[in-house]
Design a binder for this molecule. Sequence first.
Ligand code: AMP
Ligand code: ZN
Length: 466
Amino acid sequence: MKIYNTLTKKKEEFVPIEPGKVRMYVCGPTVYNLIHIGNARPMIFFDTVRRYFEHKNYQVNYVSNFTDVDDKIIKKAQEEGVDSSVISQRYIAECKKDMEGMNIRPATTHPLATQEIDGMIEMISQLIDKGYAYVVEDGTVYFRVRKFAGYGKLSGKNLDDLRSGNRSLLVTGEDQKEDPMDFVLWKPKKEGEPYWESPWCQGRPGWHIECSVMSKKYLGEQIDIHGGGEDLVFPHHENEIAQSEAASGKEFAHYWMHNAFLNIDNKKMSKSLGNFFTVRDISEKYDLQVLRFFMLSAHYRSPLNFSADLMEAAGNGLERIRNAAERLRELEQTGTDGAMTEEQKAAADAFVEKFDAAMDDDFNTADAIAAVFELVRYANTQAAAGMGREYAAYLSKTLVTLCDILGIETEQKEELLDADIEALIEERQAARKAKNFARADEIRNQLAAKGILLEDTREGVKWRKA
Ligand code: AMP
Ligand code: ZN
C-alpha cells in the first residue's frame, strides 16, 4: 500500500510501527457552530482510510479530537450568556449527528481538549525542563522554535524567511517573545474566560499542544499516520512535530496525510469567508450519502469544487449502484439454479482487485469508484442475460463489500412515514397508561434512532425531526 507523505513529498510503501496495527490521529473540528461541508471532507476521507485498512485486516486505533476550548467558542458563549461548555457540548452533539448522517463511524476515541489539561501541563513542563520552552513575565509559556533543529521540515519553510515575514509581530504586543516565530503553549486567562490552574498562571493551553498530548495519550509517542486538511500543515502540524519530538526525542508520525480543500467558486469554503454550506443545510436537500459519494469522487489531494451539477451527478451514480444492488438481491431469490463457475468468480474478483489496486495507490477513491461502476455494468449485463442465484449472491456480496469500504450504503435507509410515527406514539401512550414503561421507552428509543424526537407537553405528545 502506498501513501503520499507530506513530510517526504513522495509516495511511500506503508510499513506500520506494529505489524497488523495502524495508529492514526486526525485533527478534528473546533466546536462553536455546525460543521460545514469543508470540515466534512477530512472526516469522510479519513473514515474511508480507516475502513480500507480494516478491509485489509489491520486493527485501527483511530483518534480524532474535538477542540472545545478556543477564542471562537468563548466569544459565542459570551454572546449567548452561557458557559463555554454549553456551546461546545451542543456542537459536539450536532457534529455527531452529522457524522452519523454521512455514515462516518465514531473514532476509537474522540478526546476533548478540556479533559486533557493535566497531560498538557505535564508536556509543557517537560519542554521547559529541556530548554524547549520558556515562561515570560505575565505567565505565558512559549515554544522556543530555534532550539528545535527540525523546525520547518513538514512545511518546507525556512525559519529566516518566516522571521522576516513576521517582524511586525514583535511590535504588536507579543514583544515578550524571544523570537517572532515562537508560539504559545500556555496563556493567561482574560476576564470572563474559562481557565485552569497551572505552575505559570491561571490560564488555558494553546491549540497546538492539545493534539501532541492527546495523540501521545491515546496512541503513544510514535504514530503511523497523522492527518487533516492541508491548511493545517503550517503552523499547526509543524508545531505539533516540534512539541512532540522535542518532548520524546523520537520521530512523531511516520506518514503525514493532508486532504486538499473543498472549494466553492474555486475558493476555499470557510466560516471566515462566509461562503459555506453546513452539512445540515445540505441534508435538507440531499441524502447525505450523496454528499459522501461526491466527496470520494475526487482524489483527496485534488481540490474539489462544490456544485449542484456535481451533486446531481453523484446522486445519479449512487442511484445506479443502488439499482444494481437491488436487482442482484432480487436475483438471489428468483435466479436460476446452478452453481457459480470458476470463470464467473474470477470475473467478479477482478473488480475487487481493481478497486484494491486503486486504493493501494494512495487511496485513489476516484479510480476505486470507477471499478465499482464497472462491476455495476457487468452485473447489469449478467442480470439481463439471466443469472443463477449463487452468482447473484456472490456479486451482491462483492458490491456491498466495496461500497461498505467507501461508507456507501446500497440500501436506502427507510424513512418513517408520518402515519407510522403517529401510530408508534399512540402505542407508546397506551403502554404508559398500562404502566409498561419498558415498552414506552423502547418506542421512544426506536423513534430517536430514526431522528424523531418526542416532547411530552400539556396538550399531548409532540414530535419533531432532529
Ligand atoms: P477547523 O474546525 O477549521 O479546525 O477544521 C477542522 C478540519 O476541517 C481541519 O482538518 C481542516 O483542515 C478541515 N477543513 C476546513 N475547511 C476545509 C475545506 N474547505 N476543505 C477541506 N478541509 C477543510
Ligand atoms: Zn491537531
